[in-house]
Write a protein that binds this ligand. Structure first.
Ligand SMILES: *[C@@H]1O[C@H](CO)[C@@H](O)[C@H](O)[C@H]1NC(C)=O
Ligand SMILES: *[C@@H]1O[C@H](CO)[C@@H](O)[C@H](O)[C@H]1NC(C)=O
Ligand SMILES: *[C@@H]1O[C@H](CO)[C@@H](O)[C@H](O)[C@H]1NC(C)=O
Length: 270
């Protein structure tokens, strides 16, 4: 009876171990031999953990960034398979196997943009450098180490940031009601916060706001507000990157009442 339950689970060592307990070694010598046979490949490899950066890594678009990982204990990874991947294990961001790069398994958009840092590979310490970071590189990565039967991985969080251009201001009459202020800026990542403030620093309600994703993965923002009380004198547009906690501000002075429909532009760097 127990032989029937045994056959579908040949690789299941925990069941075998349980059976070893259930059937004393002395009465079932054949199981003992089989048990050691299955364990043999495992005996070659040392159990290890993979340790990645504890905190997210922040990088600006266009810069280079290292995604490091190391083994604990600090055993050599020289003969292991090491890969950095995102959603799918293959193709990957970078693959090291059989002691060399495996370019054939690399995602197209990372080709020519990665370097394997292997100076301390004999201590289980490696990194992949991503060159000329793009907005699309933002997000989660996994570094995966495989030694024979044993594999482990760690998660790396990469946060990509980009500070956009100085805001460009456009002003025009808004019917009889006041003045329409438009603020535009390109090259942000991630989505920035846009505010129009009056002279006293009070936030003006936005008439419209838009974020447009460009081909380079960066965001163009446009925000408009209407100033109805012409006594405000000036207003400022501030665009803030939430990751960097940095902002770009442009202040403009608002002329007196505009009775006609003339549109004009004015840009005053802050
Ligand atoms: C790695 O371990 C070896 C001994 O096993 C030790 O000499 C060495 O200092 C360790 N290296 C690091 C970076 O911890
Ligand atoms: C390799 O290890 C040495 C000594 O621990 C260290 O000074 C060096 O920066 C490491 N190199 C890399 C590329 O991590
Ligand atoms: C501005 O208004 C005048 C009449 O008040 C009109 O003739 C002119 O075409 C308008 N200009 C524009 C750009 O709308």
């Amino acid at each position: 009876m127990h032989l029937l339950g045994f056959s579908p689970c040949l690789t299941c060592t925990s069941l075998l171990s349980a059976m070893m307990v259930a059937f004393p070694v002395s009465s079932q010598p054949r199981y003992l031999i089989f048990f050691f046979f299955l364990q043999l490949p495992m005996l070659d490899s040392v159990q290890f953990d993979v340790i990645g950066p504890v905190k997210p890594i922040l990088v600006m678009v266009g810069e280079d960034v290292d995604l490091p990982c190391h083994l604990s204990p600090n055993i050599s990874a020289e003969s292991m398979e090491v890969r950095w991947y995102r959603n799918k294990i293959s193709p990957a961001v970078y693959v090291y196997q059989k002691e060399k790069d495996q370019k054939g398994e690399q995602i197209k958009e990372y080709q020519g943009r990665t370097t394997f840092v292997r100076d301390n590979i004999t201590e289980g310490n490696v990194a992949v450098t991503i060159h000329n970071v793009r907005a699309s590189d933002d997000g989660q990565y996994r570094c995966f180490f495989k030694d024979d039967q044993i594999y482990e991985e760690a998660i790396i969080e990469l946060k990509v940031a980009s500070l956009g251009s100085d805001p460009h201001i456009h002003m025009e009459a808004y019917g009889d009601e006041g003045i329409l202020l438009e603020c535009t800026s390109v090259g942000w990542y991630p989505v920035p916060q846009v505010l129009w403030k009056d002279l006293r620093g009070e936030i003006l309600p936005l008439l419209s706001v838009s974020q447009t994703l460009n081909g380079d993965g960066l965001i163009t923002v446009e925000a408009s507000a209407v100033v109805r009380d012409h006594s405000v004198g000036s207003a400022s547009c501030s665009i803030q990157n939430p990751l960097l906690n940095l902002e770009k501000v442009v202040r403009i002075s608002i002329p007196g009442y505009i009775a006609d429909n003339t549109s004009f532009q004015r840009q005053t760097p802050f």
